[in-house]
Design a protein around this ligand. Structure first.
Ligand code: OXD
Ligand code: MN
Length: 591
């Protein structure tokens, strides 16, 4: 039996509330054994080796990829399942039209039937975890119960698991987010991801995939936390946090929201182009950001996670050299292909050839991509060459700018700045983006994705927009708000902007705007740089392309405003009047 260090108290004795909940779950699910995670490196190694021995995890080439392993999921279980994800509030309108809703009584009955005896012959793992630095007042704790050792390994990388979290739960009086997960029989017909935000609990069954099964991540840190944040006056957002240091040594932090698989990890780990010497980039987080108004009137942010669960395809020295280097050791790969040398392979890895595809078949291009388009790496954040120690700071980091963006081949310019916080909320709310392989469903369809939180806001978007407006009103020094679009295309489908490292040019303009140093032109949709306001030194871009990227097309924008108005009307009386007034303002200025 694992014990808590220093106290020598057996783990089940640390928190009575946790122990009682574990006992009640065990009575329902009937596992063969119960294992309490202590979070030690020895435990990680043991669980990993057990999975290798069972053939569920495959050791990769240890000479070239030391400490790296491959997990192949069930081929039907490769992405988040938004259509099977529910917010179960007492009243349907509290979940809002942006969520699937189920009555909590009905949802629990359904789940109870699926959980009954589901862990027979299996181990029940108890994973106490802390989202955020253990000593941070902004961090929150939870316990995930799962019957998957693969999920346990991922949670050990992605969150701070074990004794410390359990002790914090006990010290805080035994309150914690309860997350129950079973892989069930992996049948998509019996797959549900249920959230009970009013009770701070999560129930997930039938999937082992990250966003559905690593309950600390999307389920807790976004859906449950966004609900909790609203009642406590803070923000839980789908944002990266990055520190940008200019050649004068001034470091500023920005947080940026982009929908899944739109380059958050790449932006968080950006490598400055050679033509911008002296710039340095530091990663605090790549996916989730919790922000609180500080006593100094600024917005302060922590990354609740301690690892990255990133999309593998496309990772190479050109797109993200830091990530490419980071995943060459001590990384769990899920659903990538293999080379003949037993190395992981993915589309975009240029220096080798695939031999076996992600399902385990000899590679044949007729079967589609060798690696699944949503194949993932799970890796400790500390392995990132540009990891920022500030990610461990219990106070978080002060945010100078908030950035929203989507994947839009048309319309949205390269960058624009909102007029003020309230207008910025409108800008964030109007994010739309082409869908990606991160969720099951059609890829490449433009959909509304306010604040990149469509799949993750744990309550009615109308109330969520109102909450954003309220938070801003309390800030004496609110961050400036911007919108970017790296994905604009020309008529032939070519990208107008090079992206990746060159995005720092746009970030430089953003930071200079925050410091009152950069010029801009006022337009109907906000402040845009003129081409001469951007640092384009050494960049091979045509005057036409940069002209197009910094132009607002009034007619197309008027259509966009009308479309967005229709969308906001879906939330009826819950849409804040102040947000509608902002939209009216844009419509007026476009005339
Ligand atoms: C993720 C996602 O895995 O957004 O981060 O799907
Ligand atoms: Mn994400």
């Amino acid at each position: 039996m694992a014990t808590a260090p220093h106290t020598l108290v057996p783990l089940p004795d640390v928190s009575k509330n946790v122990a009682e909940w574990v006992a009640s779950v065990a009575a329902l699910t009937q596992p063969e054994r119960i294992y309490w995670c202590d979070g030690s490196p020895a435990e990680f190694k043991r669980l990993r080796d057990e999975l290798v021995a069972k053939g569920e995890l495959r050791e990769l080439n240890q000479k070239t990829f030391p400490g790296c392993y491959l997990y192949r999921s069930d081929p039907t279980d490769v992405a988040r399942v938004e259509h099977l994800t529910f917010i179960c509030t007492q009243r349907k309108e509290d979940a809002g039209p942006n969520n699937n809703w189920m009555d909590p009584v009905e949802a629990k009955a359904k789940m109870r039937a699926l959980y009954a005896g589901c862990m027979k012959g299996r181990t029940l793992y108890v994973i106490p975890y802390c989202m955020g630095p253990l000593d941070s007042p902004y961090a929150r704790c939870g316990v995930e119960i799962t019957d998957s050792a693969y999920v346990t390994l991922n949670m050990a990388i992605m969150t701070r698991i074990g004794v410390g979290a359990l002790q914090r739960i006990a010290q805080e009086g035994g309150d914690f987010v309860r997350g129950l997960h079973s892989t069930g029989d992996l049948n998509p017909a019996r797959r549900f991801i249920m959230h009970f935000p009013e009770e701070l609990s999560i129930q997930s069954v039938g999937s082992g995939y990250g966003g559905n099964a690593l309950l600390g991540k999307k389920c807790h840190a976004l859906r449950i936390a966004s609900y909790q944040a609203r009642s406590e006056g803070w923000l839980a957002e789908h944002m990266l946090i990055v520190g940008l240091q200019n050649p004068r040594g001034e470091r500023r932090y920005v947080a940026a929201a982009f929908p899944s698989a739109c380059g958050k990890t790449n932006l968080a780990m950006l490598i400055p182009p050679d033509t911008m010497p002296g710039w340095k980039v530091f990663t605090v987080g790549d996916d989730i950001c919790w922000m609180q108004p500080g006593a100094d009137g600024q917005l302060w942010a922590i990354n609740p996670e301690s690892g990255y669960f990133g999309v593998v395809p496309g990772t190479n020295p050109k797109t993200n050299k830091n990530a490419y280097d980071m995943i060459r050791r001590d990384t769990l790969f899920t659903n990538v292909a293999l080379t003949a040398d037993n190395e992981p392979w993915w589309e975009g890895r240029k220096d080798a050839e695939p031999a076996i595809d992600w399902i385990g078949r000899p590679y044949d291009p007729k079967n589609g991509p060798a690696a699944h388009p949503n194949s993932r790496f799970t890796v400790a954040a500390t392995q990132n060459p540009c990891y920022d120690q500030a990610a461990e700071d219990p106070r978080g980091v002060p945010i100078a700018a908030l950035i929203f963006g989507g994947r839009r081949r048309e319309l949205a310019p390269l960058v624009y700045e909102a007029r003020d916080w309230a207008h910025g909320v409108l800008v964030g709310a109007s994010v739309a983006s082409e869908t990606t392989a991160a969720a099951t469903g059609e890829v490449g369809i433009v959909r509304r994705d306010p604040m990149a939180m469509k799949p993750f806001a744990g309550y009615n978007y109308g109330d969520y927009f109102a909450h954003w407006l309220n938070v801003g009103a309390k800030l004496k020094h609110p961050p400036k708000i911007f919108h970017v679009n790296w994905f604009r295309q020309d008529a032939k489908g070519g990208f107008l902007w090079p992206g990746f490292g060159d995005n720092l040019r746009v970030l430089e303009w953003i930071l200079d705007r925050c410091a009152g140093r950069a010029q801009a032109q006022e337009t109907a949709i906000g402040w845009l740089p003129r081409p001469q306001d951007l640092d384009l030194k050494g960049l091979d871009i045509s005057p036409e392309a940069i002209g197009e990227l910094t132009t607002v097309h009034s007619e197309a924008w008027s259509r966009e405003v009308a479309d967005f108005r229709k969308y906001l009307q879906e939330f009826g009386a819950r849409t804040p009047a102040a947000l509608m007034a902002e939209l009216d303002g844009v419509a007026q200025r476009l005339k």
